[in-house]
Design a protein around this ligand. Structure first.
Ligand code: ASP
Length: 481
């Protein structure tokens, strides 16, 4: 379409005939004049239908309703200083229309899409997420998230990292949660697991010699849904070869600082980020995810800090299905079974002595009371990794079945390596000053584990079940029927 311009460009087109396409955000009738607030992805502008200019066009404008999609051709007019709205991105100009085409009508939206939307019920917002995402706050959040991922990608690319995708249909990897499983049609009775993280694949990429890997990766864990999170989350997952713990921490810290500077509007409580041992954090704050801000209500202050020297193992919580499964001996890992114990504990680790006292090379990054990342230097010596599983009560056969492929890979020339995963949803939430991660995810799951708009999970047909070789026992619904 000729002369089609974005609304924010209008102020540079005074006196020109332009075409805008967008949504009717509001219609106000003032005596004979009809004012339309027209919105596109860039902003909004006022269109004034005056019967003196065209009776027919004015008549047509009386039909317009909120959220209709229209194309309007008109002349850009400079508005008198006294009438400019301070909150409008194009308040300096308005459009005098010459033609109006209705591209799509809209039903009355189930809720208003102009306000912040905090007081609308979650299910309602998620059922109509495509409308909820029209509100300026949500569009800003989603765009800012894009800015965050772009800045991170650029930073990592500048340091010669390679972005590599790893499989979604994979085999269980211990990350301390229940796996989501996917039945295999071609091998009935067998199941893939969705990745709880790309942990093992990223380590295999280090064996492969990539040295610097990253991925904006989806991690899927069957944890009980909480108010602010569903089953999947996004990680900035990275791994580096030939690095020490401090080198990874310094690298990540610099990346975070450049990200915060790029986003703007935030101040760091401390630079460099303080490093506390787990014990110090517990003594000082009573938690390993602590909030070191003076004023805890100030969302523009970011109190990043590192926590190190965590115990490698903990006793299994009998109420936690994943822990009971992973820790057969009654001991399970606190963070990551693939971590390297701290140097001074390696002997003890290999012997399985004084297990509770072994410290891991794990480092967590916290900010404003949240854990925003965690990683470690990895056990790249098969003896050490095998010892970890032995401590958790795995016999040789179970070790082989669980991580035999990693132990084998490590026999073929493995660089020392380590990495981290940063929680992108959480980071984006903190940077946006929001209190729930759902406010920075386009289509989050509801608190009851239902997908936005599409209403999953859903039943599958008897034919599909048959094809997968699956017979259902009984479901709660059947029992209630
Ligand atoms: N795989 C770990 C996680 O998802 C992160 C890491 O150690 O790199 O938490």
């Amino acid at each position: 379409m000729s002369n089609r311009v974005a609304i924010t460009e209008a102020s540079q087109r005074i006196g020109e005939l332009v075409v805008f396409q967008g949504w009717v955000q509001a219609r106000r009738d003032h005596g004979k004049l009809i004012f339309i607030e027209l919105r596109d992805r860039t902003g909004h502008v006022q269109v004034v239908f005056n019967p003196k200019d065209s009776e027919a066009l004015h008549q047509k404008a009386t039909q317009l309703r909120d959220e209709w999609v229209v194309e309007i051709q008109g002349e850009v007019i400079e508005r008198p200083e006294s009438m400019r709205q301070s909150d409008s991105s194009s308040g300096a100009v308005e459009l005098r229309p010459k033609s109006l085409i209705v591209l799509s009508q809209a039903q009355t939206p189930p809720f208003e899409v102009v306000g912040d939307g905090y007081n609308i019920g979650e299910e309602h917002r998620l059922n109509y997420r495509y409308l909820d995402l029209r509100r300026p706050r949500m569009r800003k959040n989603i765009r800012q998230r894009h800015k965050v991922t772009t800045a991170i990608r650029n930073h990592l690319n500048n340091f010669e990292f390679t972005e590599i995708e790893t499989p979604i249909l994979t085999k269980a990897t211990l990350e301390g949660s229940r796996d989501f499983v996917v039945p295999s049609r071609l091998q009935p009775g067998k199941f893939y697991a969705l990745p709880q993280s790309p942990q093992q694949y990223k380590q295999l990429l280090m064996v492969a010699g990539f040295e610097r890997y990253y991925q904006i990766a989806r991690a899927i864990r069957d944890e009980d849904p909480r108010a602010d999170r569903g089953f999947e989350h996004t990680q900035v997952d990275l791994e580096m070869s030939f690095v020490t713990r401090d080198e990874v921490m310094n690298f990540v810290e610099e990346m975070i600082k450049s990200l915060v500077a790029h986003i703007g509007g935030k101040t760091l409580t401390a630079d460099p980020f303080p490093v506390l041992t787990y014990r110090e954090a517990m003594t000082k704050f009573g938690a390993d995810k602590f909030d070191a801000r003076e004023d805890k209500a100030n969302p523009n202050e970011l109190a990043f800090a590192w926590v190190v020297d965590f115990p490698f193992f903990k006793t299994v919580d009998k109420g936690d299905v994943a822990e009971v499964r992973d820790g057969k001996s009654g001991w399970t890992f606190t963070h990551n079974p693939f971590s390297q114990p701290k140097e001074e504990f390696i002997d003890q680790h290999l012997k399985g002595d004084n297990i509770g006292a072994i410290l891991t090379s794990q480092y967590d990054l916290v900010c404003n009371g949240f854990e925003v990342g965690g990683g470690s230097i990895r056990a790249s010596d098969p003896k050490i990794l095998r010892a970890t599983y032995k401590i958790m009560g795995y016999d040789s056969e179970e070790i082989e079945a669980s991580i035999g492929h990693m132990l084998k890979a490590f026999e073929f020339g493995t660089p020392p390596h380590g990495g981290i995963a940063l929680g992108l949803d959480r980071l984006a939430m903190i940077l946006a000053g929001e209190e729930s991660m759902k406010e920075v995810v386009a289509f989050p799951m509801s608190g009851t584990g239902r997908t936005a708009v599409m209403d999953g999970p859903s039943k599958i047909s008897p034919e599909q079940l048959d094809e997968l070789g699956i017979a259902l026992v009984s479901t709660e619904e059947d029992e209630n029927a």
